[in-house]
Design a protein around this ligand. Structure first.
Ligand SMILES: Cc1cc2nc3c(=O)[nH]c(=O)nc-3n(C[C@H](O)[C@H](O)[C@H](O)COP(=O)(O)O)c2cc1C
Length: 186
C-alpha cells in the first residue's frame, strides 16, 4: 500500500513527527512519501491508499497549507484511509489533569475540522510539540512562560536546550503510527 503524509509546521515539531511516522510505516511495509505542504502543493492523491495529515497548532489554528490540503481533497478522502494528527500543548494539560482543557483542545484542534469537512479518520493523534521560549517575541514569551513554564518543569518535560522543551512522546507517536498502519491495511 502507498501512503502519503502531508504536514504543516511553524516550529519544526510536526516535521520530525511526520518523519518518525514515515519510518514506522516503512517498517510495516508501506511505501511512504512525506510532503511539507508549505513547500509542495499536492495535486493528485489517487495512487495513495492511506493519507495522513498533520499540523502544528498555534492559537487554535492549523498551518494554512495543511488545512487547505484537507479542504481540497475532502471528497477524495471518502475512498481512502485517512488519519489526522496535531502537534500541540495537549500533553501539558493532560499531565495537569485538566480534563476540560484537554476536551477543549481536542474539539478546537481536530474534532471541529473533522465535522467541518465531513471526514472519517481511522485514527487521530494528539502529540506534543516544541515550546522554545527563545524563539518567541517578547510579549508571546511572557504570556507563554506565565502559562507553561511551571507545569513544564513540574512534570519533567525534556529541556532540549536552555528554555526549550520538546513535548513529544516518541513511543506514543510510534504506537499510533503502528496502529494506523494496521487499520489502513485491514
Ligand atoms: C504563539 C504560539 C501559540 C500556540 N498556540 C497553541 C494552541 O492554541 N494550542 C496548542 O495546543 N498549542 C499551541 N502552541 C504550541 C504549539 O502547538 C507547539 O509549539 C507545536 O510545536 C507547534 O507545531 P510545529 O512545531 O509543528 O509548528 C502555541 C505555540 C506558540 C509559540
Amino acid at each position: 500500500m502507498k501512503a502519503l503524509i502531508v504536514y504543516g509546521t511553524r516550529y519544526g515539531a510536526t516535521k520530525g513527527t511526520s518523519e518518525e511516522i514515515a519510518k514506522v510505516l516503512r517498517d510495516e511495509n508501506l511505501d511512504v512519501k512525506v510532503v511539507n505542504a508549505q513547500d509542495e502543493k499536492v495535486k493528485d492523491i489517487s495512487e495513495y491508499g492511506l493519507v495522513i495529515v498533520g499540523s502544528g497548532v498555534a492559537c487554535g489554528r492549523w498551518v494554512n497549507e495543511a488545512e487547505d490540503f484537507l479542504k481540497k481533497f475532502r471528497k477524495e478522502f471518502e475512498n481512502k484511509k485517512l488519519a489526522l494528527f496535531v502537534s500541540s500543548v495537549e500533553p501539558i494539560a493532560k499531565k495537569e489533569g485538566n480534563t476540560a482543557e484537554v476536551a477543549k483542545m481536542h474539539k478546537i484542534d481536530l474534532e471541529d475540522r473533522v465535522s467541518k469537512y465531513s471526514l472519517k479518520p481511522i485514527t487521530t493523534g494528539f502529540f506534543g510539540g516544541i515550546i522554545d521560549f527563545n524563539k518567541m517575541g517578547f510579549l508571546t514569551r511572557k504570556g507563554m512562560e506565565a502559562a507553561f513554564k511551571t507545569p513544564l518543569q513540574k512534570h519533567g518535560f525534556k529541556e532540549t536546550a536552555p528554555n526549550a522543551y520538546d513535548l513529544r512522546d516518541w513511543d506514543e507517536i510510534r504506537n499510533w503510527a503502528k496502529e494506523t498502519a494496521k487499520k489502513a491495511q485491514e
